[in-house]
Design a protein around this ligand. Structure first.
Ligand code: FRU
Length: 479
């Protein structure tokens, strides 16, 4: 066992458990951020994450590692990447994984400070390989891309690599010298020698100074460029978090390497805590996304408990007819369910209905008939004042998540537009310190961390609409 691994084990003994999540990926203790290297390799699902094993705050980045047979139950593995070589001295930053002929290969960014205090740095692209899927060796050819193209800023990170026909392709988050966010493209035959192809997409000036964590994939006949721009301005309900994760839909041709955008930038999730999402294609052909379930520079009360950061549930991506990305929890998550509680079926609740349960790990499904244009409110309630409130207003078509009374007093409200014709279908996953809302089969999702301090009273539905279904399950704790 290496030093970092031991440090995490020691820290794990001292944690305050109050907000530890029951069925989300976290490190055994200490800090994590972005998901990295998502892959199904030799039948098993692997997820890595940005990790600081020595502290509950961000610092020199390592890659933490978990694997799973079913996308539900995860097992911690030893830390996969530790910084310290001259090409990754100050951090092994985000990246991706590929199966190179049976060899699990990680492609990641090396971070090197020029002057740490002034936050001046440069970044390189590197490779580490594994035969057993557990122990990784950095290759002698590192850095495989030692510097960015001539017209680039120092932001040059987060390689996403995939194979198409006989070539490997890599995209990187980047910006121009005058800080216009963009994604650039490289090509290789052996993952070691890379040829710079050019700019895949660039901000028109409205999409920030740096595009972090890009991903690029085909879905239902279109190409999706997913990325996490920094520096976008808030506009009403849009871009309310410090940074966003969103996508462009378009068409791409490998012979010209030209991406033609056919839709404008759309946020992938409208909650408070969703960032740096990455995807992978599994053996069933599903495109699965996982995000970091936090936001930079936000209030993170679990730091006081000796840990910080988690990943979202795995979500299947599909494209709607009007070219919007839909996210839905993977089917496998049903394995978390304990007894099913069917509360209501085709009934009016005549204003409100409380379902008492002090369970903290819940899945709730609620279906409302809104043909008479009613509003709906669903509250997760604490025994006193605390509540997390989800409302839908048929007339304004707004879905609103209000966490101001569950740990986000300063900036508690997020709102998104959802066009409901007849039925509102809500699927909610509640954990000890998170809520994930999936509305109308993924047409809107909202992911936020909540930090309740009270015991839970239950959840309450308020509406004069007909409730077609109200069911809940208590969920297992996988850890
Ligand atoms: C995104 C990010 C990446 C970087 C990593 C560092 O959240 O800033 O761009 O590689 O985190 O931890």
């Amino acid at each position: 066992m290496n030093q970092a691994h031991e440090a995490v084990q020691v820290a794990a003994q001292k944690m305050n458990q109050r907000y530890r999540l029951g069925y989300h990926i976290m490190a055994p203790a200490q800090w994590i951020n972005d998901p990295n290297g998502l892959i199904q390799y030799k039948g098993e699902y692997h997820a890595f994450y940005q990790h600081h094993p020595y502290d509950e705050n961000w610092g020199p980045m390592h890659w933490g590692h978990v694997k799973s047979k079913d996308l539900v139950h995860w097992e911690h593995l030893p830390i996969a990447l530790t910084p310290g070589n001259d090409y990754d001295k100050d951090g092994c930053f985000s990246g991706s994984a590929v199966d190179d002929n049976g060899q699990l290969t990680l492609i990641y960014t090396g971070h090197i400070y020029i002057d740490k205090k002034a936050d001046t740095f440069y970044q390189t692209q590197n490779i580490a390989v594994s035969q057993d899927g557990v122990n990784f060796t950095k290759v002698v050819e590192n850095a495989v891309i030692p510097k960015p193209p001539a017209d680039s800023s120092h932001h040059f990170r987060d390689p996403k690599v995939w194979k198409h026909e006989n070539h490997w392709y890599m995209i990187l988050g980047n910006s121009t010298k005058d800080l216009v966010g963009r994604v650039i493209l490289y090509r290789s035959t052996d993952l070691r020698q890379w040829e710079y192809i050019g700019v895949l997409a660039q901000s028109d000036g409205s999409l920030g100074f740096m595009w972090e964590c890009p991903d690029f994939f085909e879905l239902d006949g279109k190409h999706i460029l997913l990325f996490s721009p920094q520096g976008m301005e808030k506009q009403d309900d849009l871009y309310n978090n410090l940074f966003q994760t969103g996508y462009l839909v378009g068409d791409y041709h490998y012979d010209t390497n030209h991406f033609t955008q056919t839709s404008s930038f759309t946020e992938l999730d409208n909650g408070h805590d969703f960032y740096a999402a990455q995807t992978f294609l599994d053996e069933q052909g599903r495109r699965i996304a996982i995000g970091w379930m936090d936001m930079w520079e936000s209030n993170m009360p679990t730091k006081a408990d000796g840990w910080c950061g988690a990943l979202t549930l795995p979500r299947v991506l599909t494209l709607s007819n009007d070219h919007k990305l839909l996210m839905n929890p993977v089917e496998e998550l049903k394995a978390l369910r304990n007894a099913e509680h069917q509360i209501l079926r085709n009934r009016s609740v005549a204003t409100n209905y409380l379902v008492p349960t002090n369970e903290e790990l819940l899945e709730i499904k609620a279906v409302f008939d809104l043909r008479n244009e009613q509003a709906v409110c669903l509250k997760i309630r604490g025994i006193h004042e605390e509540e997390t409130v989800l409302t839908y207003d048929y007339t304004t078509k707004k879905l609103t998540l209000d966490c101001s009374k569950s740990g986000k007093a300063e900036d508690g409200i997020r709102t998104t537009t959802l066009h409901v014709e007849n039925e509102l279908v809500l699927q909610l996953f509640i954990d000890r310190s998170s809520i994930e809302v999936f509305a109308n089969n993924g047409h809107a999702t909202m992911t936020s961390r909540i930090y309740p301090t009270e015991e839970r009273l239950g959840f309450e539905v308020t509406t004069d609409a007909n409730v077609k279904e109200l069911t809940y399950w208590t969920l297992n704790d996988i850890w």
